[in-house]
Design a protein around this ligand. Structure first.
Ligand code: GLA
Length: 654
């Protein structure tokens, strides 16, 4: 009776109190610990897809060893989909594709092991892999045994072609088969978070990590979408059971370096498995510096008993924090907005003990500063500042943030305002502070570009504001304005710098304009870039096909992928927008989307849900008086798979 009561009480305890008690994990002695920290390595999929062979895997192993990545902890060299032959061998075993992997996987594993690395492989808990190769459902024993014989150290187990059979059975069958091999194989579940594996299934089937979402793609929208889905999952992670927000896209070319730094820092505070997804053989320095940021790797690999979580959300500014086992806190200050922003949280919000001062280390620049309790940073658009914060005194200079802000776009001859704010979050004053702005030649400022103040007290700030009048340069060029700040502190002279680069816009010329020929103020796209006069090819610019909807081909227009937003400046100079809209025929009837036209934030037109294969629908909108036109496409309610949407013949008449 007492036992039953105890069980009942523990079942009622909040999950956050005892992460390890969520599911009945396998007894610790049943298998060696395979993933006591989040696994690190590389995987072929994000960069190479099915275009893989044994040379690539060998060369990648070489590059991981020679680039310093191996020594930094990147251990697993993982082959994703498409390594198998189309048929099993006479004894029912999977075999490697004889053309692309003529030496077989065992030889490859030996090679990778010889480099001091481990080899990972891929299959699906279905009849076929996602790319259509033979997979492991009902072949669990033989496949696990085959991989163990080859010396495989890691299995990523996907969810395609699962015949609708229960995930628990399918994933458990493989987990048990892996365990029976007696080999220490990391088991990575890839069921896209569909069964909330963090709540129980993941550990029940012997998984060491589980995907929490659908696939990542190499763009900011994807990374932010995945980030949003991590909120609340922190309580479920721990040694041998990690939330996996999917592999890294760092270095694959679809994001800016600032975006990649944010992606990496966020993954680190999330204790995410760090599986690089780029071409390690040809990394540029920026990519190398991101993947090899030792401070962030330390954050990722440190297990303090809690995964990092979002501690503050101010809309575009977010603060994510993770307690470290030495009592410090790792902090990521994220700016999702279009301009610079100062983002921060108090030491208390970050979970730090109360103290008179804090030592703040910038994990990118390695500079250290002293804060009185507000942990703030100047964060560029689509970027993140990463800090580690310790309570306690330091002689370092005060923590400051310096941010230049201005309008999102600039029109010639129309005055606008820019401000440069210098905030002192330190414990001592800034002396003889000078703030100076620089604008393009010929532009007019109201007064001196230099503003000075003798003293910015601890906890205070100094803001300089200018009215600027732009002169025409080339239409649509971005214009760079920079500001520098300098001041003295007890720890010596310091300088700061900030820039903005808004587009210099002008209204479209009089007459009918193809939207594909006009500059975009901004674009957001579910996959790849927005295409001009092409359909959406999902990857690089220009990779689509001629725009075709309902069997009709169109010479002009935009090819986008939901969710999408394309903003075009009209400057109140135009009268109508028209287009023929629908899902591109290249998706063979799949996909469904909704098109929406907004003027200065107000909805001017919206279509019904348009399915793939349907004829194009006309959209004609009065845009009189509209300064900013926003062409949006949302998915039709069934996920954005195949949502290749066309704004055929998109035309603005001014
Ligand atoms: C699924 C997975 C991806 C990748 C591909 C391979 O989409 O989620 O990570 O493994 O399959 O086909």
């Amino acid at each position: 009776m007492r036992r039953a009561l105890t069980l009942l009480v523990s079942a009622l305890l909040p999950l956050a109190a005892a992460p390890a008690a969520i599911a009945a994990p396998e007894p610790a002695e049943a298998r060696a610990v395979s993933a006591s920290t989040p696994p690190m390595g590389w995987n072929s999929w994000n960069k190479f897809g099915c275009d893989i062979d044994e040379d690539l895997i060998r060369q990648t192993a070489d590059a991981i060893a020679s680039s310093g990545m191996r020594d930094a902890g990147y251990t697993y060299v993982n082959i994703d989909d498409c390594w198998m032959a189309r048929d099993r061998d006479a004894r029912g075993r999977l075999q490697a594709d004889p053309v692309r992997f003529p030496g077989g996987i065992k030889a490859l594993a030996d090679y990778v092991h010889g480099k001091g690395l481990k080899l990972g492989i891929y299959s699906s808990a279905g009849t076929h892999t996602c790319a259509g190769y033979p997979a492991s459902l009902d072949h669990e024993e033989v496949d696990a045994r085959t991989w163990a014989d080859w010396g495989v150290d890691y299995l990523k187990y996907d969810n395609c072609f699962n015949e609708g059979r229960p995930a628990l059975d399918r994933y458990r069958a493989m987990g048990e088969a892996l365990r029976r091999t007696g080999r220490d194989i990391v088991y990575s579940l890839c069921e896209w978070g569909q069964n909330r594996p963090w709540e129980g299934l993941g550990r029940q089937v012997g998984g060491h990590l589980w995907r929490t979402t659908g696939d990542i793609s190499d763009n900011w929208t994807s990374v932010m979408g995945i980030l949003d889905q991590q909120v609340g999952l922190e309580r479920y992670a721990g040694p041998d059971g990690w939330n996996d927000p999917d592999m890294l896209e760092v270095g694959n070319g679809g994001m800016t370096d600032a975006e990649y730094r944010a992606h990496f820092a966020l993954w680190a505070v999330l204790n995410a498995p760090l599986i690089a997804g780029n071409d390690i053989r040809a990394m540029d320095d920026a990519t190398r510096r991101i993947l090899l940021n030792r401070d962030l790797l330390e954050v990722d690999q440190d297990w303090s008993g809690a995964q990092g979580r979002k501690v503050r959300d101010d809309g575009d500014g977010e603060v994510w924090a993770k307690p470290m086992s030495d009592g410090s806190v790792a902090v990521v200050l994220l700016n999702r907005g279009a301009g610079n922003a100062a983002v921060g949280a108090t030491a208390t919000e970050l979970g730090l003990p109360s103290a008179r001062s804090y030592r703040v280390k910038d994990l990118w620049s390695k500079e250290q500063h002293a804060s009185a309790g507000m942990i703030r940073g100047a964060v560029p658009s689509h970027g993140a500042v990463a800090y580690r914060v310790w309570p306690g005194a330091t002689k370092a200079a005060p923590l400051t943030s310096f941010t230049l802000t201005g309008p999102e776009l600039v029109e010639a001859d129309r005055p606008f305002t820019v401000s440069a704010g210098l905030v002192n979050d330190g414990t001592s004053p800034l002396l003889a502070a000078r703030v100076q702005i620089q604008v393009p030649d010929g532009w007019v400022l109201d007064g001196s570009p230099l503003r000075e103040t003798a003293f910015v007290r601890a906890g205070g700030s100094f803001t300089a504001t200018w009215t600027v009048t732009a002169r025409p340069i080339a239409a649509a060029a971005t214009v760079r304005m920079t500001a520098a700040a300098g001041y003295r502190t007890t720890a010596g002279a310091q300088s700061r710098w900030s820039e903005i680069a808004p587009p210099l816009v002008s209204a479209p010329p009089t007459g009918a304009n193809s939207v594909s020929g006009l500059p975009f103020v901004s674009e957001v796209n579910g996959w790849g870039p927005v295409e001009r006069d092409r359909s959406n090819g999902e990857q690089s610019a220009g990779d689509g096909r001629p725009i075709t909807v309902g069997g009709v081909q169109y010479a002009t227009g935009l090819g986008v992928h939901a969710p999408s937003s394309v903003r075009v400046y009209l400057g109140s100079a135009c009268s109508t927008f028209s287009a023929l809209v629908g899902v591109d025929d290249e998706k063979d009837g799949r996909g469904s989307v909704v098109f929406r036209v907004l003027g200065d934030g107000e909805e001017l037109a919206v279509t019904a849900v348009l399915p793939g294969g349907a004829a194009a629908v006309p959209v004609d909108v009065d845009v009189t008086g509209v300064r900013m036109l926003d062409l949006q496409v949302a998915d039709g309610g069934d996920g954005n798979d195949s949502d290749h949407a066309d704004w055929a013949n998109a035309t603005i008449t001014c």
